[in-house]
Design a protein around this ligand. Sequence first.
Ligand code: F6P
Length: 326
Amino acid sequence: MNKKVTRIGVLTSGGDAPGMNAAIRAVVRTGIYMGLEVYGIVRGYAGMVENDIIKMESRSVANIIQRGGTILKTGRCKEFFEVEGRKKAYANLKKHGINGLVIIGGDGSFRGAQVFSNEFDIPCIGVPGTIDKDIAGTDFTIGFDTAVNTAVEAIDKIRDTMDAHDRLFVIEVMGRDSGYIALHSGIATGAENILIPEKETDIEAILTALMEKERRQKLVNLIVVAEGKFGGANEVAKVIKERLPDQEVRVCVLGHIQRGGAPSCFDRLIASRMGYAAIECLLEKRYNVFVGIVNNRMHYIPLNEAVKKKQRISEEWMKIVKILST
Ligand code: F6P
């Protein structure tokens, strides 16, 4: 792997995240500026396996910094998880003379990149793009800020009607394996309870608190649930209705609205910075890492570490939720 990288491929993989386009733009334009040829790989690893690869020019990424989704499209490719699929992918990259890769995606995408870079002589650089913010080694991932602000805006609106009717609302936000959107949007909207996959849920304690609040005539109650927790908002509401039949409970599942929309200024900035840093890594032969930002400085974390570790949620966050909802 000592050969100089001259021609690179860039792809987006896994769930899309607002700001992925800004990251593609940064990779393409920095790459070209530094003298590299840049190819876009369409639909994530599937494009590698199926040879869906297109030449990118500086103009190919014009007018996309403000757009959600990803112009390269994305996907989760089962074939790439098999060695035969990866061999096909490698052969296709070779056909185009591609000798370096930038993968914009989450931990599953990094897992694929790590395996691929161990098997073949193509260095891979990860750029963390996921609304879930569940990658250890970086304070931020592209898309989280936009997604959490979308959730906050929606929950604020629900609060108005919730307050008008003195109702209890159970709101489900995204995050099958990660509670960050629930935690941050829940704190920012004053939720009484936040249910996340990383922490045990004491449903009895929630029911007791609801009864206590009823006694104190605290009529408005907001519970934010991460989609992967306790069967989601519908399941939580079902238990509450069974045990507290007098409570008026409503459910709202925010769903994929959180993954779309124009990226926030913050997401555009980190995407631009990370995309630029990914090219620097390839040029400086800092291979098989992903680029993270910690305390506002760039960090380069070996892909295999990203695969091993998960972002952890500190106990302090949970304490804040409890104290502020009394
Ligand atoms: O990208 C991450 C994520 O949005 C998770 O929060 C969510 O659980 C999952 O993707 C949903 O995936 P899909 O769009 O394939 O249903």
